[in-house]
Design a binder for this molecule. Sequence first.
Ligand code: ATP
Ligand code: MG
Length: 248
Amino acid sequence: MDTAPALQLDRITRRFGAFQVLSAVSLRIAAGERRAILGPNGAGKTTLFNVISGLLAPDGGRIELFGADITSAPAHQRVQRGLGRTFQRNNLFPGLSVRENVRLAAQRQLGLAHRMLVRKPERAALDEQIESTLRAVGMQRRGDDQAGLLSYGEQRQIEIALALALKPRVLLLDEPTAGMAPAETAAIVELLAGLPRELTLVLVEHDMDTIWALATHVTVLQYGEVIADGEPAAVRADPRVIEAYLGA
Ligand SMILES: Nc1ncnc2c1ncn2[C@@H]1O[C@H](COP(=O)(O)OP(=O)(O)OP(=O)(O)O)[C@@H](O)[C@H]1O
Ligand SMILES: [Mg+2]
């Protein structure tokens, strides 16, 4: 049994010039948790994800993934250890089919750089992984469609598929429903709710309905500081949170 937290941050700090973006952020996220991170624009949410995923170095503090210190591990090593993420913006190859996009991500996960070199047993495993990834996001019938011609919401769904193809144990999702129509948001919520329970989700989200539908725990960030942390109902009732973010 894994008793170490899936993700633990201990006093993470980061500055941009004189501007303190993250001030001693500590978080402890248990395996299987659905953690929402919420906070006003500019609170430091994406910066926090960049530090966790290794795209930005922290100035101080420590990061552990399932008990292993990854504070100075390169980003690709964190991916190999089971840390996945999606980005606030789209990253698909628009001219390729949905399946080809998933295939490229899955090949990377299997360490297969060139399609020409894929041997038969590996090819079968790869094909199975691609199809199960498409099924996981409800896109099994859309595999042949050109990625760039899908709706915005569907493209974001494929983004999640690409992250899942890397077989993460912890998945960071940066505003997965941003800019979506209500029906598209509902599709993403359903997709995320249906992911395996052992997969730990950390979700930056502005949409309150999505947070209340998915999150088992909520962390509120303001000016790079954690101002509240706990179960959704408690955070929702926290006077500091109401004042800082939720409004009257
Ligand atoms: N590379 C950078 N250089 C300088 N300042 C930066 C850099 N990246 C982010 N910032 C600043 O740090 C602050 C936090 O940015 P960040 O993107 O982490 O916020 P956020 O909480 O994700 O906001 P949003 O809700 O708008 O996505 C902002 O004031 C931003 O302008
Ligand atoms: Mg952001």
